[in-house]
Design a protein around this ligand. Structure first.
Ligand code: GSH
Length: 230
């Protein structure tokens, strides 16, 4: 494989950026990591993602690709070794369906838990536990969502390894009871222990401090108000 020009524009706290970094690592692709400041966005980010102005952005030979799930697919099609998605059309369609489900139901609701209250909070908590239930069921008889090996859904859901625990700590209550979801719990431990994953993880406390700062800033109606940090 020749030397390719690959850049990843991201920030340490973003679960979406980590997804892309995990795939690049699993495929052994060398890339330049460009750190982005989300409250003072660079012209590189604004040029590359003028529609959403969000990270991650992957720049491949000068061409930007945005949205983490699309970037993962792009990577899988560009570098075919260590495949992330199945080659079977049905399995691919199902993996895409569940990946969107994870983002829309679980990740979105888990994020909202940090800043909503009352009835809205109850609704988000209920949504998280319903999604957990579904995912627990999907792991029956499997090591990973992808089967024996880590795949698209493992990567998509991998943020639970640190982010969910930090959200719980900042919110002050438990969203995920390991006794209720033993298969998910074992999956999470297996995922965290993979060589390609464990090197990229950081202490949960770092994220807790970051969320606390963000929460404080957004209640003071600063610039952070309109920024989805996670
Ligand atoms: N659906 C997007 C979500 C990306 C996202 O929300 N990124 C956050 C950081 S974790 C961001 O860039 N926020 C900046 C903003 O909202 O202005 C993806 O999968 O890539």
């Amino acid at each position: 494989m020749g030397e390719e020009e690959v850049k990843l524009v991201g920030a340490w706290f973003s679960p979406y950026v980590h997804r892309v970094a995990w795939v690049l690592k699993l495929k052994g692709i060398r890339y330049e990591y460009v750190k982005e400041k989300i409250n003072n966005k660079s012209s590189l980010l604004l040029d590359c993602n003028p529609v959403y102005k969000k990270i991650p952005v992957l720049v491949h030979h000068g061409k930007p690709i945005v949205e983490s799930l699309f970037i993962i697919e792009f990577n899988d099609e560009t570098w075919k070794h260590n495949p992330i998605l199945s080659t079977h059309p049905y399995d691919r369609a199902m993996a895409r369906f569940w990946a969107l489900y994870i983002d829309q139901m679980l990740l979105e609701s888990s994020k909202k838990v940090l800043y909503v209250e009352g009835e809205e909070l109850k609704k988000e908590i209920k949504q998280v536990s319903e999604a957990m239930e579904v995912l627990e069921g999907m792991l029956k008889g499997k090591k990973f969502f992808g089967g024996e090996k880590i795949g698209f859904l493992d990567i998509t859901f991998g943020w639970i390894a640190i982010w969910l625990g930090a959200i719980e700590e900042v919110a002050g209550f438990q969203l995920y009871d390991p006794r209720k979801y033993p298969l998910l719990h074992n999956w999470k431990n297996r995922f965290r222990e993979l060589d390609e994953i464990k090197d990229s993880l950081f202490p949960k406390e770092k994220l807790v401090r970051f969320f606390q700062k963000y929460r404080h800033a957004s209640t003071k109606a600063t610039k952070c108000d309109n920024i989805a940090i996670i």
